[in-house]
Design a binder for this molecule. Structure first.
Ligand SMILES: NC(=O)C1=CN([C@@H]2O[C@H](COP(=O)(O)OP(=O)(O)OC[C@H]3O[C@@H](n4cnc5c(N)ncnc54)[C@H](O)[C@@H]3O)[C@@H](O)[C@H]2O)C=CC1
Ligand SMILES: O=C(O)C(=O)COP(=O)(O)O
Length: 526
């Protein structure tokens, strides 16, 4: 396995990769896009921070890449869609720099409120002693508005309470209980803007939308002080400069910019009331060691053992869960494969229903394996990462349902596949420790072994059909390994699943289809 580390990564992480059997590591930072495109086909894994831009053209060139590891939180420098479609998993290390970044937000808040960078500059660079110029404000008793109460926002809230600040927060995805537990009042954004003395942003980048723009600056409490340690692009920078000029906003402290690195021409750098750091939020020794160790361990676990932690473009599966659901992942994929060969025409909808014990596990990866099996014959290079993207691209509606009903089996997975010709239903179960079986096709019940080659056929349930089928298969030298018959009452139709040792030739299939009273014959390959 070859891994490229293209941003500055703690040596502790690089050493983990170097020591791993079968892994080779190249550390090559500061590459231009062209240089990266040229060398990326050589690698199975890529480790980045925020400097490397993993754009669609880089991903297009990455013919062998299986995983992109982000040593940190934000993945806005990685084209997730392009990676997903190509089957490349993207994972981050979200816990390692949480404290450090929250501390940077607090450092910015205090530096801003006491004018520390400006005062230090005046004394050291200009050799001036002018304490009156740098009158500050206290944090004590002030209201801090936090936008985004996730990992970092929550730590900032706790730290701010240590300064006896009143903390309010806006986060439409956080429940009241979580906020109450850490003593934070949840409010709407408008109210937060009207009440906050300090405002700190802690959301991911939101495409095509400013959280703070002209409209918001028009309604803020006069004298607001803003901290942004999250992402450039959350604030309309021109509107911020104007709001400071107009006296609506008193000060801002920024770590991130819409243009990085070095927003050299940005008016932000010219405004005395704005203090700036060069994307330093995660830059402590402790945080860098933690994120590097975490991401390198995650990459090894994925490439060596298939376990997935902190994936941002597919559900995570840790080793323990993987061990538990492995038979169902395989069954799901087999059912998808069978359904794709029974259903005629392009699939428009897939419903996967989980019944019994399996419904108590995380079923998302199993649904993905059904999609993988279903689309495998149509799409080259499909895998667990790109299957949902490719299904979406083909406008296939995917539904997942769970019931805890246990009927004849402790667990079943029912796959309903709809095309314009109608809906087919295949149900499977696991016997013993990991023996996959088909237990139902449409309305017919069996306990059919799933094998590499199968014939699934329906016939009129009259005497002699099975004998004739056996003769036809024998004539074409096809050995029957198993025969499972399902029927509804007498004198109706029957459906059979026949396990065969070799694939049928087209001639054999034609003869089977022409056998009297045979209605449909499908050759199914797993
Ligand atoms: N400056 C730096 O060096 C660093 C920056 N960051 C950035 O900090 C940000 C937050 O990181 P974490 O706390 O780890 O993420 P998180 O995912 O734990 O929390 C983000 C929170 O934002 C909320 N949110 C999403 N959209 C929202 C919206 N429109 N309005 C209000 N809330 C919204 C989510 O519900 C979530 O609770 C990320 O953008 C990350 O990239 C993280 C580490 C270092
Ligand atoms: O983790 C994040 O989201 C960060 O923004 C940290 O960025 P960095 O790794 O320091 O380039």
């Amino acid at each position: 396995m070859k891994i490229l580390v293209s941003d500055n990564l703690s040596s502790l992480g690089v050493d983990i990769l170097k020591k791993e059997d079968g892994f080779e590591v190249d550390v090559n930072t500061g590459l231009s896009k062209e240089e990266l495109i040229k060398i990326i086909p050589n690698y199975d894994g890529l480790v980045v921070r925020s400097a490397t831009k993993v754009t669609a053209d880089v991903i297009e060139a990455a013919s062998n890449l299986r995983v992109i590891g982000r040593a940190g939180v934000g993945v806005d420098n990685i084209d997730l869609d392009a990676a997903g479609k190509k089957g490349i998993i993207v994972m981050n290390a979200p816990d390692g720099n949480m404290i450090t970044t929250a501390e940077h937000a607090m450092a910015l808040m205090m530096s801003m409120s006491r004018n520390i960078p400006q005062a230090a500059n005046s004394l050291k660079q200009e050799k001036k002693w002018s304490p009156k110029t740098f009158m500050g404000v206290e944090l004590y008793g002030k209201t801090l508005g936090i936008v985004g109460m996730g990992r970092i926002g929550s730590v900032v809230a706790e730290r701010a309470k240590g300064f006896a600040m009143k903390v309010i927060a806006y986060d439409p995805f956080v429940n009241k209980e979580h906020a109450e537990k850490i003593g934070v009042e949840l409010v709407e954004l408008k109210e937060l803007l009207q009440r906050a003395d300090f405002l700190s942003l802690h959301t991911p980048k939101i495409d095509g939308k400013y959280l703070l723009g002209k409209e918001e600056f028009n309604i803020v409490k006069p004298g607001l002080r803003i901290i942004n340690c999250a992402r450039g692009g959350l604030i309309d920078e021109a509107a911020l400069v104007q709001a400071i000029k107009d006296g609506k906003v008193a000060q801002a402290a920024l770590d991130v910019y819409s243009q990085e690195p070095l927003p050299a021409d940005s008016p932000l750098l010219e405004v005395n009331e704005i203090i700036c750091t060069p994307h330093l939020g995660a830059s402590t020794e402790e945080a860098q060691d933690k994120v590097a160790i975490a991401i390198c361990d995650q990459i090894i676990d994925y490439l060596k053992y298939g376990s997935i932690r902190n994936a941002v473009n597919m559900p995570s599966i840790d080793e323990e869960t993987l061990r538990k659901i492995k038979p169902f992942l395989e069954l799901g994929e087999d059912l998808g494969k069978i359904a794709s060969q029974l259903a005629a025409g392009p699939v428009t909808q897939v419903k996967v229903q989980y019944n019994g014990e399996v419904a108590e596990t995380d079923v998302k990866p199993i649904t993905i394996s059904v999609l993988k099996g279903l689309l495998e014959r149509a799409i080259d290079g499909i895998n667990m990462v790109n299957a949902p993207f490719l299904a979406k691209e083909r406008n296939i509606e995917v539904q997942e349902m769970k019931t805890n009903e246990i009927k004849d089996y402790t667990s079943t997975i029912q796959v309903h596949v709809t095309t314009k010709e109608g809906t087919r239903e295949i149900t499977g179960s696991i016997f013993g420790k990991g023996d996959p079986r088909i237990v139902k096709i449409d309305d017919y019940y069996f306990e059919a072994v799933i094998s590499k080659h199968m014939l699934i056929l329906s016939n009129k349930d009259v005497p002699g059909v099975i004998g004739n089928l056996g003769n036809a298969l024998g004539k074409h030298n096809i050995n029957i390994a198993g025969f499972h018959l399902g029927r509804i009452g007498e004198n109706g139709n029957a459906v059979s699943v026949i396990n065969i040792d070799s694939p049928p030739t087209s001639e054999a299939l034609r003869e089977l289809r022409e056998t009297s009273n045979v209605l449909e014959v499908y050759s199914v390959v797993i």
